[in-house]
Design a protein around this ligand. Structure first.
Ligand SMILES: O[C@H]1[C@H](O)[C@@H](O)[C@H](O)[C@@H](O)[C@H]1O
Length: 548
């Protein structure tokens, strides 16, 4: 392989048949990753810059989802009347609902327009949504503003990881994508701090307008920065612009003569993948165009067929949806949205401050994940951390068994810190402390694995269906997020908190079994190799052999 790699790529072109035949024989995709691992020690400055620019999408995602709890308690009557429970539910869930609707569409858009343009479109939506929320005087327009933010979060949450994945060299891909999740958790911590500060000192009725309006600032910055960032090499090859793809790869890997062979090999691997996929889909495309005409719709339908009919793609989609669904159905965001309510019920005197422990633990442990994920591997980190989550949830359930709850869980509003519950000294109540500690254990383990690994979804899909597949699994994430947000409080009331947490522990157990059975280890593999792994079966054994 070394010989092949060092041979300069002369006059390459995706339309040159002889050359393409050479590529077929020369490129051993297994060697691509090995070569990268051997040669690259650290991601270069340019790669960090790209990741951080795209990571602003994560920051906005975290900020806009984290900010809602404090906003709801600060709005009071400034939208013309006090908010009803229905108003609050609609304001909260509009974002997840629209994110859910938009993610698959943004997958198609990312193929048509490019990854970068979708980031820019999402930024415009973030800015419009923030301004609409900040200036509104009615509940209906507030819901509209949250819906527009949902469009932005839905598109951004799918395209930012895709952009990072397609630009990162394989050995650092996990780490760089975890950085995106780290930005989400930073956004959530900032949202909690800003919200808490405004609730504490804001006082006046306009404070919350600043909280939501602030979301426009990072979006504006990202718009400016991303304008100067390149498209991904994979998308450029896909739209037949290999020259530009090479320029981007040169920047990613550096320009020295020692890295040129690496750029050649990576470009060849991408070209091979694009060409093979184009050939494989040609027949299907021809028949689809014959049936439906050469329209946008025909192209998209064709992709759907490819995603669902081809075994490897279907397997990739199943794994991505499993991980994304599990990330939400394990109940984490019920803590993100309602931890202040839980800590009020438990009698903590400053529930908003206590609930910050959830956001902070999530952030700190995501930092740890950043260091571990490429070393330990995605599959392994999930198989180790999910049982700890289940133990945390069960301990939490045990804690709740020793706590007698008020009949109406809404009785204790997060702002009512002087309630009867809050006056009981904590020293006399070990059960609430047990709940707090087990929640931290659960959140810590979540942040290590399930909080970030599902966002590496795009590495599972081959290029032609990558954005559609990632878009779909992102909508599973938002759908499950929507369900958990909607059902958590009713479950606590109808089934008791103990059973609610036992059910989440059950979801974790089932999820663990599915992961053990079908999720191969993708650590250190190039995006092209992952496709080979899933082509005939789940590839678990094969991947474990490689990882050893
Ligand atoms: O990966 C993120 C992260 O774990 C966030 O903390 C959580 O709120 C999101 O729902 C999730 O997608």
């Amino acid at each position: 392989m070394a010989d092949t790699a060092e041979e300069p790529l002369m006059g390459h072109s995706s339309t040159n048949e002889d050359h393409d035949d050479d590529i077929n024989h020369e490129v051993d995709l297994g060697d691509v990753a090995l070569m990268l691992e051997k040669n690259l020690r650290h991601p270069g400055f340019f790669v960090w810059l790209l990741t951080l620019s795209a990571g602003i999408s994560g920051l906005l995602f975290g900020y806009d989802t984290g900010v809602i709890s404090s906003t709801l308690v600060s709005i009071n009557r400034s939208l013309g009347r006090p908010l009803t429970t229905l108003d609050k539910s609609l304001i909260t869930s509009a974002t997840a609902l629209f994110a859910l609707l938009v993610s698959p569409v943004s997958g198609v858009l990312a193929d048509r327009l490019g990854r970068k343009k979708v980031v820019l479109v999402a930024d415009v939506a973030f800015i419009i949504g923030a301004v609409v929320q900040a200036v509104t005087t009615s509940v209906a327009v507030m819901i509209l503003g949250r819906a527009i933010v949902g469009v932005a979060v839905g598109a951004g949450s799918f395209v930012a990881p895709l952009y990072i994945a397609e630009l990162s060299p394989a050995p650092f891909r996990g780490r760089l994508m975890t950085l995106n999740v780290l930005c989400i958790t930073v956004g959530q911590v900032i949202a909690y701090i800003v919200g808490w500060a405004f609730v504490q000192w804001g006082g006046e009725a306009t404070g919350w307008r600043w909280i939501v309006g602030l979301g426009a600032a990072p979006a504006g910055v990202q718009c400016l920065v991303m304008f100067f960032m390149p498209e991904t090499p994979r998308w450029l090859v896909m739209v037949d612009r290999p020259g530009e793809a090479r320029q981007v790869l040169n920047k990613v890997f550096g320009k020295g003569s020692e890295v040129q062979p690496m750029v050649d090999v990576v470009l060849r691997a991408i070209e091979t993948e694009v060409r093979e996929e184009a050939e494989a889909s040609m027949d299907r495309r021809i028949s689809s165009v014959k049936e439906q005409g050469d329209s946008w719709l025909a192209g998209s339908k064709d992709l759907w067929v490819e995603l669902l009919r081809i075994g490897g793609n279907r397997r990739a989609l199943t794994i991505a949806c499993l991980l994304q669904g599990l990330q939400q159905l394990c109940g984490f965001n019920s803590l993100m949205y309602f931890s202040a309510t839980i800590f009020t019920i438990l009698g903590f005197s400053s529930p908003t401050l206590t609930s910050m422990s959830v956001a902070l633990t999530n952030f700190v442990m995501t930092c740890v994940a950043l260091i571990l994920v490429d070393r330990v591997g995605r599959r392994r980190i999930l198989l180790y951390s999910i049982p700890i989550m289940a133990v945390g949830l069960l301990l939490c359930a045990v804690g709740f068994l020793f706590i007698s709850l008020p009949a109406d869980l809404n009785e204790d509003n997060p702002s009512a810190s002087d309630s009867a519950w809050a006056k009981i000294p904590l020293s006399e109540r070990t059960a609430p402390l047990l709940v707090l500690v087990s929640i931290m254990l659960y959140v810590g383990a979540y942040a290590l694995g399930l909080g970030n690994v599902p966002w590496m979804q795009s590495e599972l899909f081959p290029l032609n269906v990558r954005s559609l597949g990632s878009g779909l699994s992102t909508s599973i994430n938002w759908g499950a997020n929507f369900i958990v947000g909607l059902t958590f409080l009713p479950m606590m009331e109808l089934l008791t908190p103990a059973w609610t947490f036992v059910i989440y522990a059950g979801v974790c157990t089932v999820g663990w079994l599915c992961i053990w059975r079908i999720y191969p280890e993708t650590k250190g593999l190039s995006l092209e190799e992952v496709g080979v792994l899933l082509a005939d079966d789940w590839g678990v054994r094969e991947s474990l052999k490689r990882a050893d």
